[in-house]
Write a protein that binds this ligand. Structure first.
Ligand code: SF4
Ligand code: SF4
Length: 200
């Protein structure tokens, strides 16, 4: 092999090693999730929530515009008339049923754009993993901001930040212990026990 070819090879190896060495001492981009959590981009699109007005009334008026705008057909809204003595929203109607299938959702934010009352918003929450498809259908019990959860304020403007577990989602979801398999639970009821295939 010609001398210049050998020198070229040595140079290429040294160049490769220098890159390795540089990254060995560079600041690592990975974080020790879940004990360390990375700050999201301000406009990150995660799990939805349904907001309320300052007086506690639901912003959603059951108009179904979000459902029509959704390109993934992920939203189901069934509106109903407000009863005079028990108004759920300031409008004539409210959402008697409101569901989002988060497995269909592509987190595009079109529902947020379409909503005339700023009722539906996407938050930076992203921890939704589960073992059952059904648990990804979020209904009002898990979407509607509870009375003490920052009523009237968009999620990214709340002084206390965004509640990590709106609607007690974590308590309702499955639990996983990779050492001993997992127990799939929902609302405290055991749905399935899996002991194989997760260890080793
Ligand atoms: S974020 Fe997009 S895909 Fe998801 S529910 Fe809203 S409109 Fe549909
Ligand atoms: S969330 Fe907004 S767009 Fe969707 S039904 Fe309610 S008011 Fe209409």
């Amino acid at each position: 092999m010609a001398m210049h070819k050998r020198l070229y090879n040595v140079g290429a190896i040294l160049k490769g090693l220098s890159i390795t060495l540089r990254f060995m001492f560079a600041r690592k981009p990975t974080v020790q999730y879940p004990s360390v959590r990375k700050q999201h981009a301000p406009r990150f699109h995660g799990l939805h929530e349904l907001r309320r007005y300052d007086d506690g009334k639901e912003r959603c008026i059951g108009c179904e515009l979000c459902s029509s705008a959704c390109p993934a057909n992920a939203i189901t809204v069934i509106g109903a008339e407000n009863a005079p003595g028990d108004r759920k929203s300031p409008g004539e109607r409210y959402a008697a049923r409101y569901e989002i299938d988060e497995l269909r959702c592509i987190f595009c934010g079109m529902c947020e754009e379409a909503c005339p009352t700023d009722a539906i918003v996407l938050t930076p929450r992203f921890e939704m993993s589960d073992f059952r498809r059904g648990s990804f259908i979020y209904a009002k019990d898990r979407l509607l901001v509870p009375a003490d959860g920052g009523v009237g304020t968009p999620p990214d403007e709340r002084p206390g930040g965004i509640p990590a577990d709106l609607g007690g989602v974590a308590g309702k979801k499955s639990t996983l212990d990779v050492g001993s398999g997992y127990d799939a639970t929902y609302n405290g009821s055991l749905l399935k026990t899996q002991r194989k295939g997760l260890t080793g």
